[in-house]
Design a protein around this ligand. Structure first.
Ligand SMILES: [Zn+2]
Length: 116
């Protein structure tokens, strides 16, 4: 499962960060996720439940911040909101657009706790 290997990577980053800051627990993990990232949030949450077991993030909350799909037009240069099924420029209707956000999966924030 794609989401499980993603979570393993995520947990490696989070445990390294916790060790670096000598944190005892991880309170929350925030991810920025675009609808074109190819990741199902529900599957990711399930995978997270498995990955975090026995780790410093065992009781951490997983927060997902959905990101908008945005494109930049190669014809008129406008940046506009788009949707998963419609990446056309909203300004001139051209289909020659480049994705500027919407496919990301980023570890945005990790909240660490130092008390027991
Ligand atoms: Zn345009």
């Amino acid at each position: 499962m794609h989401e499980l290997s993603l979570c393993d990577d995520l947990m490696r980053q989070v445990t390294a960060l916790a060790a670096e800051h000598r944190a005892r627990r991880v309170a929350s993990i925030t991810l920025r996720m675009g609808p074109l990232s190819g990741v199902e949030p529900d599957l990711l949450r399930n995978a997270f439940e498995i990955s975090r077991a026995g780790s410093v993030a065992e009781t951490a909350e997983l927060l997902i911040e959905p990101q908008p799909v945005r494109v930049r037009c190669r014809r008129c240069g406008a940046e506009s909101e788009a949707s998963v099924n419609n990446l056309l420029c909203r300004a001139c209707g051209a289909f020659e657009t480049a994705l500027i956000s919407g496919d990301e999966l980023i570890l945005a924030r990790v909240e660490l706790l130092n008390e027991e």
